[in-house]
Design a protein around this ligand. Structure first.
Ligand SMILES: [Zn+2]
Length: 145
């Protein structure tokens, strides 16, 4: 009798929804390049290893349809983050070469910096945009999606 009173359809629906809508941590959503609103839809239409259309961003989220392009040319600001990534990489490579190689030649530095930049270009391009959208996009996380 008591069970019947509490376990009506509305409650069951509510419980089921809570189970499927587990909160997704911000760091996980950023690493997986998910939409800031639902943290489920992909920000990019193609995988990171495809060099074609690498820098394309979805106009809207495929899951919640939140616009991922808040204004025209929004992602120009991501250049600053990309630049910071490049400088951090340059310093890392310089320090690593100094530690690992005894009296490295100047050409070693140049080759190592160029090669590491080319290899990590897709990562830096994408994550600069992801971080820029999360920081400047003014999109709040909505767990109900
Ligand atoms: Zn979304």
């Amino acid at each position: 009798m008591i069970l019947m009173k509490f376990a009506n359809f509305k409650d069951i629906n509510y419980i089921m929804q809570n189970k499927t809508n587990k909160k997704i941590p911000t760091a996980q959503a950023i690493i997986q390049a998910k939409c800031p609103k639902c943290r489920k839809g992909n920000m990019f239409p193609v995988p990171i290893m495809s060099y074609r259309r690498l820098s394309d961003v979805n106009q809207e989220c495929p899951n919640c349809h939140e616009t991922l392009m808040p204004e025209p040319d929004f992602y120009y600001g991501a250049m600053y983050i990309s630049y910071a990534f490049s400088v951090a990489l340059l310093i890392t490579v310089m320090v690593a070469l100094n530690v690992l190689v005894e009296r490295p030649d100047l050409s070693y530095y140049l080759i190592a910096v160029v090669v590491s930049n080319v290899l990590l270009l897709p990562l830096m391009l994408r994550y600069s945009k992801v971080l820029y959208l999360y920081a400047m996009g003014r999109i709040r996380y909505d767990e109900t999606y």
